[in-house]
Design a protein around this ligand. Structure first.
Ligand SMILES: [Zn+2]
Length: 340
């Protein structure tokens, strides 16, 4: 796939409206940027399927296109259908592909073909005077719907709070879409719960439609009572050479079976994350925004139990062992004091 190119179009085949996520690649074998004109020219940019298994974004686009099939769009929209090849197999990304949400300008891998394509997308949207950027995702744990931002500015907070009160601010990992677009316009990443859940589709559809109708994004402060703002303290990973499981007693780390229920719950110090196999010194790694490893500062081992040193709030805890290996076990967050 190293010879992939960006496909840019300004109309779409009718099949797009109902095609399945697995078949989408038959219409668009590579990343495709669809531009549609609306009454206000500066477009909203919406990216979907940066992660091929996260189907909500495609469903949102299909419902939106159906809604406006015979109506003028209130504002132009540009839609990126990103990793259609991974979507074919309902995978986050395929072997040999980079993660499509780590290759945007600012990435640590600027020379891969996918990074060159994403740079082209950003340049194109800059030329078109992009109004706002929305990147639609799913996750696998029990998480509320929430928006992520990469700048603590009023217009970013206003765009995020329109999706809901829970907002996460982060600066790592590098190379994510919303961070690249934050240089051009207010930008959010939407986390819409699990793939295939109609609540996530309806919520994100209403949201995109609301943004299309906005004349401007307010620069007024968001009221403190309307917002629960968190920032990521660390991304928690399992060392590459350490085995883990939720069920297999012989794994080096046996995670607590109900860990995934703690997402977006403030959990106390000394909470147990898992049991370490007696014959090894397995541990969890924690990386902060500067990529410093803080595992020892956040966790300690007490009678073979991995415990948390201080109160924290996890997000994105998942039971999916492939995601834990590829991406991370979870993020640990703290509340950011917010006053305006
Ligand atoms: Zn994702």
């Amino acid at each position: 796939m190293s010879n992939i190119k960006l496909n840019q179009i300004d109309s779409y085949p009718q099949e797009l409206l109902n095609i399945s996520i697995e078949e989408l690649h038959s219409l668009f074998p590579g990343p495709t940027l669809l531009h549609l004109q609306g009454k206000r020219p500066e477009p909203v940019f919406v990216s979907v399927l940066l992660h091929g298994n996260e189907s909500t974004g495609l469903h949102v686009i299909q419902e939106l296109l159906k809604k406006y099939q015979d109506l003028d769009l209130p504002r132009s929209i540009s839609i990126l259908l990103a990793n259609t090849q991974a979507a074919r197999y309902r995978k986050r990304s395929l072997g040999g592909q980079p993660d499509y949400n780590r290759v945007w300008p600012g990435t640590i891998k600027p020379n891969v073909q996918e990074a060159i394509i994403m740079q082209e997308v950003v340049d194109e949207m800059a030329n078109r005077n992009v109004f706002a950027s929305i990147d639609i995702h799913n996750n696998t744990g029990l998480n509320p719907h929430y928006a992520c931002i990469n700048k603590l500015e009023n217009r970013f907070l206003q765009l995020a709070v329109l999706f809901g009160p829970t907002i996460v601010y982060f600066l790592r990992p590098k190379g994510v879409q919303s961070m690249a677009f934050s240089k051009l316009c207010p930008a959010v990443t939407l986390e819409c719960g699990r793939p295939g859940n109609p609540d996530g589709t309806n919520h994100a559809l209403e949201y995109v439609n609301a943004v299309l109708h906005m004349q401007a994004i307010s620069n007024k402060p968001v009221l403190p009572q309307d917002i629960r703002l968190f920032h990521t303290v660390a991304r928690i990973r399992v060392p590459k050479n350490v085995t883990f499981s939720y069920t297999d007693q012989s794994a080096a780390i046996l995670f607590q079976r109900d860990l995934y229920k703690m997402n977006f719950t403030e959990i106390p110090a000394d909470t147990c994350f898992g049991i370490v196999h007696p014959n090894n010194n397995a541990r969890l790694l924690a990386f902060n925004d500067s990529d410093e490893e803080l595992g020892e500062k956040l966790f300690y081992i007490d009678k073979k139990k991995i415990k948390l040193r201080k109160p924290m709030m996890p997000a994105m805890l998942t039971l999916d062992e492939a995601i834990i290996r590829q991406d991370c076990l979870c993020y640990l967050m703290e509340r950011l004091p917010y006053t305006n």
